[in-house]
Design a protein around this ligand. Structure first.
Ligand SMILES: [Zn+2]
Ligand SMILES: [Zn+2]
Length: 224
């Protein structure tokens, strides 16, 4: 369990330091990282997570998957898509972006709940978190928001998925509704990962590097 708490924090810290140290201005590499993370999360979901939950013989699994998809659609009205890779608040904003923070937090706590007890799910999540952390850090370092507010946002964001892991290990409620919660998170992942793949291919132009990136993510998730 400890690893499942530490890895999501490291993923956000790494994203922050990549931005802080290298100030990456190559959108091309970020797009490839996003494409990789989307394909990897989708593959982990369909190769491992989905079969494990469907195997449990619970009739409403499909219903809860659809609830998860719907929930993520609703969350994105408020986060404007930060979970899958873009930030839409104005750089001149100086107040703490509460709506973004709350919707991103609900998403992040939820994805932490099923990590314990599902094969390789942690890897799908930390790889999906890395580009999100890079995008958020880039935004905050360039924004007019105070350093304290920016760091508080990133720090709290880093702690949300570990909070989910902690809650699932310490409260019976999450054990009792493990299947339903896992199915909701599957829905969330199906929605964000396919959105990432769709948006990374917006112009529908053939791009061999992007295609190779996506295929390698699928292969790695399959053999992991
Ligand atoms: Zn989007
Ligand atoms: Zn997420």
């Amino acid at each position: 369990m400890l690893v499942n708490i530490i890895l999501p924090i490291l993923s956000v810290v790494l994203g922050f330091f990549i931005v802080f140290a290298f100030k990456p201005n190559k959108a091309k590499y970020l797009k490839l990282l996003l494409a990789f993370s989307g394909a990897f999360l989708l593959s982990i979901t369909v190769f491992h997570f989905l079969p494990e939950v469907y195997n449990s013989d619970y009739k409403s699994v499909g219903l809860f998957i659809m609830i998860g998809i719907l929930l993520q659609i609703i969350l994105e009205f408020f986060s404007k898509g930060a979970e899958h890779g873009h930030v839409h608040i104005s750089k001149n904003e100086t107040t703490f972006p509460w709506l973004l923070f709350i919707s991103l937090s609900i998403h992040s706590v939820l994805e932490g709940l099923p990590i314990d007890g599902h094969t390789n799910l942690i890897y799908g999540i930390i790889i999906h978190k890395l580009p999100v952390a890079i995008i958020l850090s880039t935004f905050f370092l360039a924004s007019k928001m105070s350093k304290a507010k920016s760091l508080a946002f990133l720090l709290l964001f880093a702690l949300m998925t570990p909070l989910g892991v902690f809650l699932s290990a310490n409260f019976n409620f999450f054990e009792d509704y493990h299947i339903q919660i896992s199915a909701i998170v599957i829905g969330i992942f199906l929605h964000i990962s396919t959105t990432i793949l769709f948006e990374s291919n917006e112009d529908h132009k053939f791009n061999i590097t992007k295609l190779a990136t996506i295929i390698s993510a699928i292969i790695i998730a399959y053999f992991i």
